[in-house]
Design a protein around this ligand. Structure first.
Ligand code: IMP
Length: 545
């Protein structure tokens, strides 16, 4: 029963990348946190405040959206970097700095790329109005302006962080940018835009009249100059910093955001985010190249999985019913589900008012009460998870795994682990796997795992292959038109029915769990290098190569 140490695990590694092989929310924060002690520099390379990274330290939960997860090690001399590929919202970032101040955590070594894409209020407005206008074709974005920000970059009308430091450039680029937004908003009722801006807390940037109405260009310039001044010391050429650190033999940890299946280039398009969240996107956004990476760990939540937002999800518990139910978003959040399924005495009307008014402290109090109730009623949650009704199994899994959006509080859609999708993701992120949240299923009696699909749609040409009804698919085809007709086929496993959170080596894990893990390796050609058996940092099993 030998335990593998981090030094053994990372022998000969100088650049370690942690990415996700699913739809994000797989516990990357915990894995990154585990290796931060080893690293000298932690870099985020993609995504923006659409991500939510949760880290539990000393019993306290920290959630970050933009700041890299290694920030809690700042005082120990670690450098944290927001790389060039990030969609950077300085307002959110500064709020997170305030949160760090509140918790007396330093951020003296935090750096932001001068080339990171600048995310501005008009992007948030466009994201929300764009989703409203798409109707049933919506993507279910996080509403954080990510798509419009990257779109501007590719349209060559985007701004970068450096522009906050040069007022004339800021004004000129902003004019051009806002003119394009005005063209896009031409057919939208101005009152609707006004309402949306107020609802989004962006009222201070609204102007009824003037050349750039509904946007107040002067207010935007003032605010972003102020941000520039506040962040002045942190902004710099981080590509250079990362490359130089590497050439001096420092250890680099690359922190992915979202997951391969959400990648704009490789994901289940169009139900994806707007950055490339594969290992390639991460490396580029951090200022490195693939040649620099020594080890890529692909995170896999198992033996269940989740996704938020719209889009096909073949092994979803409760199928279409769950999809529609979860599409109601925050309306079916943890407060609602604790009341509805566990009889928790929560005043939903009050919670909704607090949410609208953004009363964070009062909400936290309500949240604590609800979480306490869920813990006290764990046996009822387990019953839900073991229910024969797939929808209820999904609800039980969600409540047990606390699967609610860290950014939006939406209920995450839950499903059986899907091996066709995993095989697909591994083609990009490689064979080394880190399995997380295994302990959530400690009391699960029967565990389905999706081994392959049977195609049930009309004839459909994919490249040189024509898919026909009844065809078997082993490696997922990430095309929404194909995936929606894929019927998941399962192998059933008996649950291990014991607490694994004390296990510290692979061979200590129960035989029934090991047989599932062996099958996952055999079926995908992967190698499980990490098994996470609990929330805390040390509840993690490392396995030699
Ligand atoms: P956007 O990134 O806000 O544009 O959203 C596009 C899609 O990506 C939506 O389905 C979101 O739910 C999803 N998404 C974005 N960020 C995350 C994340 O951190 N975890 C899970 N899903 C995400």
């Amino acid at each position: 029963m030998t335990q593998t140490t981090i030094d053994d695990f990372l022998k000969d590694v100088l650049v370690l990348a942690v990415v996700c092989n699913q739809w994000g929310d797989t516990g990357k924060g915990k894995v990154v946190d585990l290796f931060t002690g080893w690293s000298n520099i932690v870099v985020r390379g993609t995504g923006g405040a659409n991500a939510g990274h949760t880290i539990v330290l000393g019993g306290q939960e920290f959630i970050f959206h933009l700041v890299p997860s290694g920030i809690l090690y700042d005082a120990q001399g670690k450098i944290n970097v927001v790389g060039n590929g990030v969609a950077f919202n300085p307002g959110t970032f500064i709020e997170e700095l305030g949160y760090l101040d509140e918790h007396r955590q330093s951020y003296d070594r935090l750096k932001v790329s001068h080339r990171a894409k600048l995310l501005m209020p008009q992007h948030v407005v466009m994201d929300c109005i764009g989703e409203m206008m798409k109707g049933t074709g919506r993507v279910g974005t996080t509403g954080r302006g990510i798509g419009p920000c990257y779109k501007d970059h590719y349209d060559r009308i985007g701004l970068v962080v450096n522009d906050m430091l040069n007022v004339d450039t800021l004004r000129e680029k902003l004019k051009k940018n806002l003119e394009s937004k005005l063209r896009e908003l031409k057919c939208v009722d101005p009152e609707k835009i006004h309402e949306a801006m107020d609802r989004l807390g962006l009222g201070e940037f609204y102007k009824k009249d003037g050349k750039y109405a509904p946007f107040d260009i002067d207010a935007l310039i003032d605010k972003f100059r102020e941000y520039g001044k506040r962040l002045n010391e942190m902004i710099g050429d981080t590509d250079d910093l990362v490359k130089n650190s590497l050439s001096r033999g420092l250890r680099v940890l690359l922190e992915g955001a979202q997951g391969l299946l959400l990648s704009i280039d490789y994901g289940t398009y169009p139900y994806v985010t707007s950055s490339d969240c594969s290992i390639e996107g991460l490396v580029k956004g951090a200022g490195l190249t693939m040649r620099d990476v020594d080890l890529t760990l692909g995170i896999v939540k198992a033996p269940f999985m989740t996704r938020v937002g719209d889009g096909p999800f073949p092994s979803e518990f409760g199928g279409y019913g769950s999809e529609i139910y979860c599409a109601a978003g925050a309306e079916h959040d943890i407060f609602y589900e604790a009341k509805q399924f566990l009889g928790c005495d929560v005043n939903l009307e009050r919670v909704r008012t607090l949410q609208r008014q953004r009363k964070k402290e009062e909400l936290k109090e309500e949240y604590r009460k609800v979480v306490k109730h869920i813990k006290e009623h764990e046996s009822d949650v387990v019953k839900l998870m073991n229910s024969h009704d797939p929808f209820l199994r999904g609800v039980g899994t969600r409540l047990l795994g606390m699967e609610y959006g860290a950014t939006t509080s939406r209920p995450r859609r839950t499903a059986a682990l899907d091996l066709p999708l995993l095989r697909y993701a591994m083609q990009f992120n490689g064979p080394e796997l880190a399995l997380t949240k295994l302990d959530v299923y400690n009391q699960c009696e029967r565990i389905p795992i999706c081994t392959h699909y049977i195609y049930q749609g009309p004839d459909h040409r994919v490249g040189i292959r024509t898919l026909r009804r009844g065809d078997r698919i082993d490696v997922a085809i990430p095309d929404a038109e194909v995936l929606r007709y894929c019927e998941a086929q399962y192998k059933m496993y008996a649950g291990w029915m014991q607490d694994i959170s004390g296990c510290r080596s692979y061979d200590e894990l129960p035989g029934k769990l090991l047989s599932i893990l062996n099958d996952v390796e055999k079926e995908t050609g992967g190698r499980i290098r990490i098994a996470s058996v609990g929330k805390e940092r040390d509840a993690t099993i490392l396995r030699a190569a």
